[in-house]
Write a new protein. Structure first.
Length: 735
């Protein structure tokens, strides 16, 4: 009875809940990829309210913002992960060409409080720069932009420069990329750190409105006037950022999103938080296509035609045909040879027998040779000298009368002989010949290096009769080696200092930042203290900041000093990851300035090496700098440098990978030759020195082209062995 009363109640609850459950189940997640050019957090902050607005206005969907880099957005679209993309016009046309994304609305941006659906770039110099009055005058002068792919921050200006006959890489003195915020470019021009620069429209006016610069301080190059556009600009204007749908978004959803966004009013929270005025019908992006066409980049990159490819590789085709003909001729020749070989087999057997006989004679001869080495000394089993030949006298400067009857230890000139001799006799008594090098002082005071073997001569019963010591004077060889080593160290030092000289300006630029920050904090403290209205906590915080910034600049200077110091070449136990880290931190500023992404993949738990740390740092830095140089002409192609360290247990390996111009086949053989360079101001010593440093450490350095683009330089170093620590000891002994 109770059960029958309870069941219909449950059934009613389930039926009543059903529509709610169904709606909850149908909520569909919609991803909007947003170009995060100033970092993920900033993009999330700016666009989250727009997603919230769509969530409120369009039920049944959950819109979420995904901040992405340009490259990540491309792969997310390729993998069909996004429904919408919000990106700059340049990136949009690339995605449109590659994946068919379609714009549905264009952003009404707010430029100093006014809604704008177009924007451009301004190219400017200092007002008092007399040398630069027009775009053509930029030839030979330094120029700063945001990044090689920045649409408003570089590509727009590049188009106008090209129209004025200036190719940035070829004709500008130096092209520097400062990244975001664009304000830095304005300050760099104002402070005379670069001759000219380019930024998006509105940046100059906004800094001027905040009182940070004065517009009168700048001269706009090739200024334009466009009806209804009140901002300084030197380039054509282009439509603002579009919101585009991908194939993943349905027509009805795209329509709903477009309508909802177009009806947004400027006072909406989404618009206020996103600093924009609303959205309008999609603009015409043909002007953006025209820019890419003019620059021949992105979707309009020039692909080599079949004829051009054929012409380029014609010598390889010819070489292939010749090789084939050669192979056919070789095959015919080999057939004939085979027949002849069969006949010659008999002669060969006889020849083999002859060779065996000869090798036995050779062995006997080599025994005899040992007896006639430069110096020969015979000692008794107790170590007393029984005989020395004239060569011995010549090398050591001691006559036979002086040394016969003595033990070799008496003649020593070094200080640590006793222990060494004990060790030596022990080795000999162990029955093995002893081989070592001895440094002896002649009577005239000069040093002589003797490469000596001491062999025990045994009696028939196995007891030791006497020792025969044979040696060769290797003084000349050792002196030459020492000379070579010193020369290599000197050259390494000179090139190291040179390398730093080239990087000095970017490092000095970097030092400016902590120094400027210190000055700012210090001024702040002075202001607060003199006004007498301050909290101790604020002053302490400022002082702590000063302390931190001065530590930062101190660290940069310390690393620089140790890098250029001359110091004796000395090896110690070292960690390759630390070495790579040090070198990369010195090169980091230069890489950033050139718009290069630097990624380091450190191998874990790598065994230690035994190395001269500064010299290996020099090798790494040289490879990094070469990679940076090789990417300098990549205006469009991505600039990426990857460093990877790993170990196979016997050696550690460092690979430096780039997306530069790669190595020409004819240059590959000569890369490591001294003075080989393909750079206008190159010395051609970097790789040659690097290879000799690596080889002196028992490793090797090699280079190869990557399968798609750029080159990889790889070097190996043996891992540290137990005996490495004592290897440096030189024995100084008498013969
Ligand atoms: P320099 O840098 O003064 O030219 P190097 O000995 O360091 O002297 O380099 C010699 C040459 O090797 C360079 O001029 C360049 O042609 C080539 N090279 C070196 N590294 C690379 C690289 N990563 N990609 C392409 N070419 C390179």
């Amino acid at each position: 009875m109770r059960i029958t009363g309870w069941l219909p109640g449950l059934w009613l609850i389930v039926v009543l809940l059903q529509p709610t459950l169904a709606t909850a189940g149908e909520i569909q997640e919609i991803s909007i990829g947003v170009l995060a050019f100033r970092g993920e957090a900033q993009a999330q902050r700016r666009w989250q309210s727009t997603a919230d607005y769509l969530n409120e206005e369009i039920p049944g969907y959950e819109f979420e913002i995904r901040p992405l880099s340009a490259e990540d957005m491309r792969s997310a679209v390729a993998q069909n992960e996004l429904h919408f993309v919000l990106t700059n016009p340049g990136h949009y046309v690339e995605l449109e060409a590659a994946y068919g994304v379609t714009r549905i609305v264009t952003l009404k941006n707010l430029l100093r409080g006014e809604p704008q659906t177009r924007f451009g770039a301004v190219i400017f110099t200092r007002a008092d720069n007399r040398a630069i009055r027009d775009l053509e005058d930029l030839r030979g002068h330094s120029f700063m932009a945001v990044g090689p792919h920045a649409f408003g921050g570089f590509l727009m200006a590049w188009r106008e420069l090209r129209a004025a006959g200036i190719e940035p890489e070829r004709h500008l003195g130096e092209l520097e990329f400062a990244g975001f915020p664009q304000d830095d470019i304005v300050y760099a021009v104002r402070d005379g750190r670069v001759a000219a620069g380019t930024v998006r429209t509105g940046v100059l006016e906004s800094l001027a409105a905040q009182g940070l610069v004065r517009l009168d301080d700048f001269r706009v190059l090739a200024p334009r006037h466009t009806e209804g556009f009140p901002f300084l600009h030197s380039t054509r204007l282009y439509p603002e950022w579009p919101l585009a749908r991908t194939r993943k978004a349905s027509d009805s959803l795209a329509e709903e999103v477009a309508v909802t966004l177009m009806t947004m009013v400027p006072s909406q929270r989404a618009a206020l938080n996103g600093s924009y005025a609303g959205w309008t019908v999609p603009q015409d992006y043909n002007t953006v296509h025209a820019l890419y066409r003019d620059l021949q980049v992105g979707p309009y990159a020039v692909r080599p035609t079949f004829n051009a490819t054929a012409a380029r590789y014609s010598h390889w085709v010819l070489a292939g045909v010749l090789l084939l003909l050669g192979l056919v001729a070789l095959a015919l020749y080999l057939r004939r040879l085979k027949l002849q070989l069969a006949h010659a087999q008999g002669f060969l057997d006889e020849e083999t027998a002859n060779r065996e006989r000869m090798s036995r004679e050779l062995h006997k001869l080599s025994q005899a040779l040992r007896q006639t080495a430069d110096s020969v000394m015979i000692t008794s089993a107790g170590g007393e000298i029984l005989y020395v030949n004239p060569a011995f006298e010549q090398i050591t400067g001691y006559s036979s009368e002086e040394v016969i009857g003595l033990t070799p230890a008496v003649l020593r000139s070094g200080e640590h002989d006793e222990e060494f001799y004990r060790h030596m006799w022990h080795t000999i008594l162990g029955g093995k010949p002893f081989h070592g090098e001895f440094v002896n002082r002649r009577k005239d005071g000069t040093l002589v290096h003797v490469d000596k073997t001491i062999t025990p001569i045994t009696n028939a019963d196995g007891s030791i009769d006497c020792f025969v010591a044979t040696g060769t004077d290797v003084t000349e060889i050792r002196l030459a080696e020492q000379d070579r080593r010193r020369h290599r160290d000197d050259m390494a030092h000179v090139t190291r200092v040179g390398m730093m000289g080239e990087m000095a300006s970017s490092i000095a630029h970097e030092l400016n930042q902590p120094l400027a920050a210190i000055a700012n904090y210090a001024q702040g403290c002075v202001r607060r203290l003199s006004s007498r209205e301050y909290k101790v906590g604020q002053i302490i915080a400022a002082l702590e900041n000063i302390n931190q910034q001065s530590k930062r600049s101190g660290e940069i200077i310390r690393r620089l000093r140790s890098f250029v110091s001359k110091g004796e070449s000395k090896r110690s136990r070292a960690d390759i990851n630390q070495i790579v880290q040090n070198a990369a931190s010195l090169a980091y500023f230069e890489a950033r300035k050139k718009g290069i992404i630097l990624r380091i993949n450190f191998g874990t738990r790598l065994p230690p090496i035994h190395a001269d740390v500064i010299q290996i740092e020099q090798v790494v830095l040289n490879l990094i700098r070469n990679a940076i140089d090789a990417m300098a002409k990549n205006l469009w192609n991505k600039r990426e440098l990857r460093i990877h360290t790993w170990s196979d247990g016997r050696q550690v390996v460092v690979a430096v990978w780039d997306t530069g111009h790669g190595l020409l086949p004819e240059d590959q053989r000569r890369l490591f030759d001294p003075f080989f360079t393909t750079k206008q101001h190159g010395m051609g010593m970097g790789l040659s020195i690097s290879r000799s440093i690596v080889e002196a450490h028992g490793g090797s350095l090699s280079a190869s082209n990557n399968s798609d683009q750029g080159a990889t330089f790889r070097f190996t170093l043996p891992v540290m062995r137990d005996e490495d620590e004592d290897n440096e000891v030189t024995y100084e002994h008498a013969s």
